[in-house]
Design a protein around this ligand. Structure first.
Ligand SMILES: Cc1cc2nc3c(=O)[nH]c(=O)nc-3n(C[C@H](O)[C@H](O)[C@H](O)COP(=O)(O)O)c2cc1C
Length: 225
């Protein structure tokens, strides 16, 4: 598949056919993805290829917390204006106890492939580590790899979604999957053959997010759609 076409159409896929993903196809995806960049070329990732239903149950809890915040008009898990987490605006424990049906999360145990992306924290170059705000730079050593997986998957007719709900229960998941203490769970990727392939993604045009020289500088680019 042409690269640009893949980039423009690799939208979140949450519905999958029953067709299994052959191991050699999955290996081919990881083979292509491994050329992702990472700080100092540390390649701090470990991938767990998983079909464990318990992941679904843990993910449901994070999904419920997400939905409850969204329904209360709160941007879920977003830092405040000072760039730091201000504490929950709602009762997250109560939210986790309240069922929130989801055709995606409730069937995570039936997704053909789940990939848990684990990152070795001691290999990260977290250049924003001393800032007062919430740190983001460390993620840059793992999420290009995640996107490479999704693009390589698109290339072979697979679809998927990067999910993070399970990270809300990282200690329990780490115990379940025997992940060492100096590692973190960056994401859980779902993969399979899509029941429906997104073709037109809704994304802001360049002129809405690119500026000349300063944040309040003139828009860079001419496209408005
Ligand atoms: C960092 C990150 C976290 C995400 N977490 C979740 C998630 O936990 N569950 C989920 O269903 N989708 C998740 N997504 C997928 C986004 O919802 C999706 O990329 C976005 O809404 C665009 O959707 P589209 O490709 O269908 O246009 C996540 C995406 C990213 C990049």
């Amino acid at each position: 598949m042409e690269l640009r076409e893949a980039m423009r159409t690799a939208g979140a896929v949450r519905g999958f056919t029953d067709e299994p993903v052959p191991d050699e196809v999955l290996e081919g995806v990881l083979e292509a993805a491994r050329f992702a960049p990472s700080g100092g070329n540390q390649q701090p990732w470990t991938v767990l290829v998983l079909r464990d239903p318990r992941l679904r149950d843990l993910s449901q809890l994070g999904w419920r917390e997400y939905v409850a915040q969204r329904d209360a008009g709160v941007r879920p898990f977003a830092p405040g204006p000072d760039g730091r987490w201000q504490g929950p605006a709602i009762d997250l424990d109560a939210a986790a106890r309240t069922p929130a049906p989801s055709p995606f999360v409730d069937h995570l145990d039936q997704v053909p492939v789940l990939l848990v992306l684990v990152v070795r924290l001691t290999a990260l170059a977290v250049t924003d580590v001393e800032l007062e705000r919430h740190s983001v730079v460390g993620g840059a050593s793992i999420y290009p790899f995640a996107q490479n997986i999704l693009l390589a998957a698109r290339d072979v007719g697979l679809g998927g979604t990067l999910t993070t709900f399970a990270v809300r229960r990282e200690p329990r998941l780490a115990e379940l999957l025997r992940i060492p203490a100096d590692h973190a769970i960056a994401a859980v990727l779902t993969l399979g053959y899509p029941t429906r392939q997104p073709r037109r993604l809704t994304r802001r045009p360049v002129a809405q997010f690119a500026h000349l020289d300063t944040f309040d500088g003139p828009a860079f680019g001419t496209s408005t759609t």
